[in-house]
Design a protein around this ligand. Structure first.
Ligand SMILES: NC(=O)c1ccc[n+]([C@@H]2O[C@H](COP(=O)([O-])OP(=O)(O)OC[C@H]3O[C@@H](n4cnc5c(N)ncnc54)[C@H](OP(=O)(O)O)[C@@H]3O)[C@@H](O)[C@H]2O)c1
Length: 240
């Protein structure tokens, strides 16, 4: 039931918001329907993406194993922010963002995949050998998008917001045109559209690289990683 409701809500959201949101003036964009966003993590990525989503009018729940850390981070983000356990955030979100070190993905997937069935996941994580060990090697050989999706069967995982430093996202959101462009990859068209709409509302353009396998183009160590360009520059860097 939850799954069906979430899918319908995402489909409705796409229909209502559509790509036309990108061309609306900001005051009109703010009137777009809000989506509840659960974030697994309460660190730099969670606070940055959470802050931008709150500015766009979406209620956000941060989470961490140390709930106090999530509570103090949420307190900085204002009244649309709340805090809870990772389970709480997974249940709360129509869309759930993964903002944890990659080495946590197997345990996070094991604990939360049943709660995320049918939902859209934004995977903003990166895998580094010095922090994440063997998983980073696996992400490199298998492709990080497909590896991440394997931990969340039944969810629609979209890779986004992983390739640019959060300090850059904070300072470049809503810059004057041409906007900073973020690369996005995913297998489910509705989920991808939802994430592209959110990126627009957060103050960025986006470049869709294709399915989840194409997320290798902008994973760590690949040409689209840490590219701070507008749409044309990002497409050039990605070879698109
Ligand atoms: N910082 C950037 O500029 C940036 C940019 C793009 C992508 N990324 C990637 O995004 C991810 C997060 O980066 P960050 O800079 O936000 O890291 P961070 O500041 O270290 O925060 C990580 C958060 O994850 C939580 N966490 C760790 N293990 C967990 C688990 N098993 N279950 C639930 N929560 C867990 C931590 O809290 P607890 O330990 O209390 O659970 C903490 O709140 C990483 O994969 C990173 O490579 C970072």
């Amino acid at each position: 039931m939850l799954k069906r409701r979430t899918i319908l809500r995402n489909a409705l959201l796409c229909a209502v918001m559509g790509t036309a949101v990108a061309t609306l003036p900001r005051h009109a964009q703010a009137a777009a329907p809000s989506l509840k966003i659960g974030i697994i993590g309460a660190g730099d990525v969670a606070q940055t993406l959470g802050g931008l989503l709150i500015k766009a009018g979406h209620p956000v729940m941060l989470s961490a194993r140390n709930v106090q850390e999530a509570q103090s981070a949420a307190a900085e983000l204002g009244t649309l922010a709340s805090a809870g356990t990772p389970n709480d955030a997974a249940n709360f979100g129509d869309v759930v963002i993964l903002a944890v070190p990659y080495k946590a993905m197997p345990s996070v997937g094991h604990a939360l995949a049943p709660l995320l069935h049918g939902k859209t996941i934004i995977d903003a994580t990166n895998a580094y050998w010095f922090r994440d060990g063997n998983l980073a090697r696996q992400a490199n050989t298998q492709g990080i998008g497909l590896l991440s999706q394997s931990y969340f069967p039944g969810a629609s995982l979209v890779r986004a917001f992983n390739s640019i430093d959060m300090a850059v996202l904070r300072s470049e959101a809503f810059r004057s045109a041409p906007r900073l462009a973020v690369p996005i990859a995913g297998d489910n068209a509705i989920a991808v559209q939802t994430v592209q709409n959110l990126a627009t509302q957060m103050g960025f353009d986006s470049v869709l690289t294709g399915n989840l396998a194409s997320a290798t183009l902008f994973q760590s160590g690949h040409p689209g990683f840490e590219v701070k360009e507008d749409t044309n520059g990002l497409k050039r860097a990605l070879g698109l």
